[in-house]
Design a protein around this ligand. Structure first.
Ligand SMILES: Cc1cc2nc3c(=O)[nH]c(=O)nc-3n(C[C@H](O)[C@H](O)[C@H](O)COP(=O)(O)OP(=O)(O)OC[C@H]3O[C@@H](n4cnc5c(N)ncnc54)[C@H](O)[C@@H]3O)c2cc1C
Length: 261
């Protein structure tokens, strides 16, 4: 994680700022390279997968939990044969803070519930994404299977300067418009997609596996995917919680080549 605050000497505290900044020198913005993922709630268990599946054949006895070996066997069977609906009864709610360009990718996953902070109803905080020193910068390979290599010091400097100057200038213009009485919903139009936004995301385990299959790179997958690194950071955190709460389901997901059932 990296969180860098850019504040020129003598600049005012951002919380106390009022009025239009004269120029970019007075604009205070923060830069960071991470995402925040917190598990709010997990209503999720391997046993619930078995119950949902077994109601088909044993009715009222479906709440009886099979022994561990039978449970693992049933879940692996469901995963392998792509009987996906029993996995839909387990859900995860996450609080996520990520740059807007990550949210644009994330919200393509329609089988999820979202509530995001509004730039119409509140002033967005001056917090922007800046690629960290460990972020590869150079794309090689063909479309659909890119790989990335570290940038040179010159490329790193180019990226840092570009991100810092554009975000600082954009936020300054945003503040100027707000101070000048312009509505938030208009002023936000100058903010770049690197600005951070927060949302709650609820997904069932089946939709979550679909997300994980597409948003993590793993060459052992039956269908390897090549996601952008920043949404992969979100997926990594999701998968940690998924594995913790549904270890047998997670193990079966891996054993079946990360194919969503
Ligand atoms: C590496 C990568 C590159 C990508 N590049 C692009 C790009 O260049 N441009 C772009 O626009 N998108 C791109 N996407 C987004 C991608 O096309 C999907 O929108 C996104 O991954 C969500 O997948 P999904 O539809 O399976 O998920 P969800 O929307 O969560 O849907 C889950 C599943 O529900 C079913 N489903 C949902 N909605 C429907 C429906 N309307 N009709 C039928 N079945 C439905 C499908 O089985 C689907 O797999 C990219 C994704 C990845 C991972």
């Amino acid at each position: 994680m990296a969180l860098v605050e850019v504040r020129p000497p003598g600049a005012a505290d951002p919380g106390a700022a009022s009025g239009a900044p004269a120029d970019d020198e007075a604009v205070v913005v923060r830069f960071r390279s991470d995402v925040v993922v917190e598990l709010v709630r997990a209503a999720a268990a391997d046993a619930d997968v078995a119950s949902a599946a077994r109601v088909s054949t044993v009715g009222e006895r479906s709440r009886e939990v099979p022994d561990a070996a039978a449970l693992a066997g049933l879940i692996t069977f469901l995963m392998r044969e792509r009987h996906g609906t029993p996995f839909e009864h387990s859900t995860f709610t996450f609080y996520v803070k990520a740059p807007i360009f990550v949210w644009r990718e994330h919200m393509r996953h329609r089988i999820a519930s979202y509530n995001e902070e509004s730039a119409r109803y509140r002033v967005l905080e001056p917090e922007f994404y800046l690629p960290g020193a460990d972020r590869d910068l150079v794309q090689v390979g063909k479309a659909g299977a890119y790989t990335y290599q570290p940038g040179t010091p010159a490329q790193q400097a180019l990226v840092a300067e570009g991100f810092r100057s554009v975000c600082t200038h954009a936020y300054g213009q945003y503040q100027r418009m707000l101070a000048g009485g312009v509505a938030r919903e208009i002023a936000r139009g100058v903010l770049p997609v690197t600005i951070y936004s927060r949302a709650y995301v609820t997904m069932n385990a089946r939709a979550l596996m679909n997300f994980l299959s597409l948003r993590r790179r793993d060459d052992r997958s039956h269908f390897p995917s090549y996601p952008q690194r920043e949404i992969e950071l979100v997926a990594e955190a999701y998968e940690t919680h998924f594995a913790q709460h549904m270890p047998l389901t997670h193990a079966a997901f891996l054993a079946c080549g990360r194919v969503c059932p």
